[in-house]
Design a protein around this ligand. Structure first.
Ligand SMILES: Cc1ncc(C[n+]2csc(CCOP(=O)(O)OP(=O)(O)O)c2C)c(N)n1
Ligand SMILES: [Mg+2]
Length: 900
């Protein structure tokens, strides 16, 4: 069997010596058995590592704690006091969920996640996580969403929340505590939304990397901050969780620590019933270059392991699958004695001295705070690699036999009085909670420490020593950012002269100019997922340089070119490689830096528009929850503008998806000056008005002459619609054509054609944001509905299009789906005909695509005549005449059809 093929390819410089070593091993296996041989091999590997021989790392170790008892550091806390504090927290966490469900049946909440992870948080909060009271940002802690009740329960004991607050858990409409970590709903409390599985983990990775970026670029000293991320073992199955784990190892992010709560269960049942999740994760993370610390067994197992001379206990640990371990969590001590220890007489003997109850309570490592303390301590001492702590726990721990380890435990949110009694005993709270306080007709009480009690003082002192409470969201600008000068914008606003350019090219120019701006230059963060060349943004590589944690260790193949691929430790571009999810996580880190660091940044995340909203929509939603401020640019936008490529590439709907995110301002500029006006306004909103908004702009790759900013057009651009050209004088009929993005070409051509051939004078309007128009109209409509006796207000879009001397019909043309202009259809009183690119995209020339999707000049002309015919302004025959004139095939299949 060839395992290490390489040794066969290298010369053996001393075969006799090699043979001696091999024979020694054979002899050990023969005489002492494989267990002993394994032990010796492990010892050899350990020594080799100490001697820095450079042997390849093994990816898995036996199913025991990584840190041996003799290497556990002294535990600086008061164990008994901490246990008692935790009992109070556990009790209150359970009571708040139970009460919430009594008051508002079906409101939900979770008992078991926190019950399994209480010690994981407490050890961190008592000994490691730094707050912000010293004026610095402290640590960033991503808390498992379903553990929120425990975090509130602690904040209550610390005096940060009241009983009334706890009673309002999940009743968010009245301002109650949010179900999960939502900065949007509790902006002074939560910092990082986590509850959509997998997003917390990936965000934490890019957060840690962003801190290094700030540090290496000398924008901020981030060496005092660690990023801690708590996640579930079930959450591990999300691609977002595991998809980026090689990055922190590559970048040596020793400021990142993950704590995986391995309770072996997820929502429906076991995470790996037939396998071992901890072993699987150890191998994956070690393979990826992480420092892995397994915390599997509590201290009481140490004595048993120390007696395990034949390796039978170890063997049993190694070979028992998780499904079986979960069973031991729900069964009695006698059952474990029989089935775990029982079959082997040597094992059975090992636990002879323990009662059934003692066997049942042999705790798992994740409930043992000495073990956890040792793990956290080692993680914080680790240099040059991120750490993952795999802590084995029991889901629902302490909540009693009806809840602990049960498959249904995740969703249990009610407890009977008897179950509460068991909990009270398990937590040793009989002296605090009166028997009389529990009863079917009673609300279970919250409990507090006596004012000035040792417990209260201890708890508060610990947080004081660690610089204040956590979690806490504070927006405290440490390094302000002023608006850029006019100069970066002027060039773009002036138009392109006779040169034909695209809005993408203009944006690249603007980005370069902003980079040179004395105010914001340093804080611009261009983020690109391996697509810069597609967008013509590779020109920025040389000037901005690409961020690389270790600089550039090679001479790039294009070194001799003016625009070479330049990496640098203080590079500015985050060239993320092919990961829109990772780029989005980077974006969130930069876009929330104003809050978590007090340092506003200006992220510009430019991506293939097709691979944005539909690919990473949930991360965008999480950016909104995080109160992100930044720019997202969907380049290669439009279903007909991106010629070639095809169905999987051509985006005609990102604007529809963008319209669903409350904080996203969605823009579809046609001209460079519109784009620049919008970007400048966005920067103003983010930096000066301090609005938590994300600006989404489409960028196209079609070249045409960019006109200069028309006098006074800013206001119209920013409200979402403005008249771009008057109707030509002369024709009898009047219409309006609204265009967005590259549809300006068809609209302008149609205007000329209509005047020349069909006696229609069409005015042209640029619709820069239907979303904005719709939001405004909805507000007006709502105001009217709620103020029925007052003079009704007119939505802006109605006022603009249907005022005095209004055109007889309105046609809207877009390179996106008709649903985009349809957003305002309800408020356009004239006949309104949207033309758009519904259906699957396909590869062809622009011209043929526009013909195919019926958004070319001819279709705009026909649609305009049709709309006028609706109004009785022209005859239906005239429309038919136009159709015939342009040779439009009226029997062709609708381009929306997919079931051909
Ligand atoms: C993306 C996503 N899918 C599904 C859910 C629903 N959900 C909430 S918790 C949960 C199980 C979590 O299990 P695990 O990660 O092991 O956490 P534990 O509670 O066991 O600590 C699921 C499926 C979700 N919140 N997010
Ligand atoms: Mg779990």
């Amino acid at each position: 069997m060839i395992i290490d093929g390489f040794v066969h390819q290298l010369p053996d410089t001393d075969p006799t010596e090699t043979e001696e070593w091999l024979q020694s091993l054979d002899a050990v296996v023969d005489a002492r058995g494989k267990t002993r041989a394994r032990f010796l091999m492990s010892k050899l590997l350990e020594r080799a590592r100490e001697l820095q021989v450079g042997t390849p790392a093994t990816v898995s170790t036996p199913y025991v704690n990584t840190i041996p008892p003799e290497e556990e550091p002294w535990f600086p806390g008061d164990e008994e006091l901490e246990r008692r504090i935790r009992a109070y927290i556990r009790w209150n966490a359970a009571v708040m969920v139970i009460k919430a469900n009594k008051q508002a049946d079906g409101i939900g909440g979770h008992l078991s996640t926190f019950a399994s992870s209480a010690a994981l948080y407490d050890v961190g909060l008592n000994h490691f996580f730094r707050g912000k009271d010293d004026g610095l940002p402290g640590d960033a802690v991503y808390i498992q969403g379903h553990a929120a009740p425990g975090i509130y329960a602690r904040a209550f004991l610390e005096g940060r929340l009241t009983e009334a607050d706890l009673d309002q858990f999940r009743q968010e409409v009245g301002g109650g505590l949010s179900s999960y970590p939502h900065p949007r709903l509790m902006p002074q409390f939560w910092e990082y939304p986590t509850v959509s599985m997998g997003l917390g983990p990936i965000n934490s990775i890019y957060h840690a990397r962003f801190l290094r970026y700030l540090h290496n670029r000398r924008i901020d000293d981030s060496s005092g901050t660690r990023v801690w991320c708590f996640l579930g073992d079930g959450e591990i199955d999300e691609p977002e969780t595991m998809g980026a784990i090689t990055l922190p190892a590559r970048d040596e992010l020793d400021n990142l620590i993950w704590v995986v709560n391995c309770n072996l269960q997820r929502l429906d049942g076991p995470v790996r019933g037939n396998g071992k999740i901890i072993q699987e994760l150890e191998a994956v993370f070690r393979g990826a270059g992480w420092n892995v610390i397994k915390v599997i067994w509590g201290s009481k197992w140490d004595q048993l392991l120390a007696q395990d001379r034949d390796g039978v206990l170890l063997n049993k640990m190694n070979t028992t699958v998780d499904g079986e371990f979960q069973r031991y969590a729900v069964e009695s001590g006698a059952f474990a004695r029989e089935h775990f220890f029982g079959p082997d007489p040597r094992l059975r003997k090992m636990v002879e001295h323990l009662s059934d109850e003692e066997i049942r309570n042999l705790p798992r490592g994740g409930h043992d705070y000495r073990k956890l303390y040792a793990a956290y301590h080692a993680a914080t001492e680790q240099r040059g690699a991120p750490t993952v702590i795999l802590a084995k726990t029991i889901k629902g721990w302490t909540l009693g036999p009806d809840v602990e380890g049960r498959n249904a435990t995740h969703q249990i949110k009610k407890m009977t009085v008897d179950q509460l009694r068991v909990l009270r005993e398990r937590l040793r709270l009989q002296d605090i909670i009166d028997e009389g306080a529990l009863g079917d007709d009673k609300e279970p009480p919250y409990i507090r420490f006596v004012e000035g009690s040792t417990e209260q003082q201890y708890m508060l002192d610990r947080r004081k020593a660690l610089d204040g409470p956590l979690p806490e969201r504070v927006v405290r600008t440490r390094k302000p950012l002023a608006m850029p000068e006019d100069k970066p914008f002027d060039e773009v606003l002036a138009g392109s002269g006779r040169q034909e350019v695209s809005t993408t090219m203009a944006f690249t120019r603007l980005l370069r100019n902003l980079h040179r701006d004395p105010h914001v230059g340093q804080r611009v963060v261009p983020i690109i997922p391996d697509e810069a060349r597609t967008f013509g943004m590779d020109a920025l590589f040389k000037e901005f340089k690409i961020y690389a944690a270790h600089g550039q260790a090679y001479t790039p193949v294009d070194a001799q070119l003016l625009l070479s691929y330049t990496e640098s430790k203080d590079g500015q571009v985050l060239e993320e490689g092919i990961t829109e999810a990772g780029s989005m996580a980077s974006f969130i880190a930069a876009a929330t830096s104003y809050a978590h660091r007090g340092i506003p940044m200006l992220p510009f995340f430019t991506f293939y528009s097709m691979f944005g909203f539909q690919r990473v929509g949930d991360l965008i939603w999480s950016a909104a929850d995080s109160r992100a401020r930044g720019f997202m640019l969907g380049a290669t936008a439009g279903r007909t503008t991106l010629l070639g490529e095809g169905l999987q590439h051509q985006d005609g709907h990102s604007l529809v998806l963008a319209s669903t995110v409350p904080t996203v301002e969605a823009w579809d500029p046609a001209f460079a000056y519109e784009m620049a006006t919008i970007v400048r306004h966005g920067i103003h909103e983010m930096l000066v008005d301090e609005r938590d908004v994300v600006y989404y702009l489409t960028l196209y790759n079609e070249n045409y002459v960019m006109p200069p900013l028309p006098e006074g057009a800013e206001e119209g651009i920013l409200r979402g619609l403005y008249r771009w050209a008057d109707a030509p004088e002369g024709p009898t009929h009047r219409a309006a054509i609204l265009f967005s993005g590259t549809a300006q070409g068809a609209a302008r051509a149609a205007q000329a054609e209509l005047a020349e051939r069909w006696d229609v004078g069409a005015e042209l309007w640029s619709a820069t944001s239907y979303k904005r128009l719709r939001e405004q109209a909805l507000s007006t409509e709502r105001w009217n509905r709620l103020h029925p006796t007052e003079a009704p207000r007119t939505p802006l879009v109605t006022e603009l299009l249907a005022g005095e001397g209004a055109p007889g019909a309105v046609v809207a043309v877009t390179d996106f789906m008709k649903a985009v202009p349809d957003q305002v259809a309800r408020w356009v009183p004239q006949p309104f005909v949207p033309l758009g690119t519904d259906g699957f995209g396909r590869s062809d020339t622009r011209e043929r695509l526009r013909e195919f999707f019926e958004v070319d000049m001819r279709q705009v002309v026909v649609a305009t005549l049709f709309a006028l015919a609706q109004q009785g302004e022209v005859k239906p025959e005239t429309v038919a005449e136009a159709i015939a004139h342009y040779g439009i095939d009226t029997d062709r299949t609708d381009p929306r059809a997919f079931d051909l």
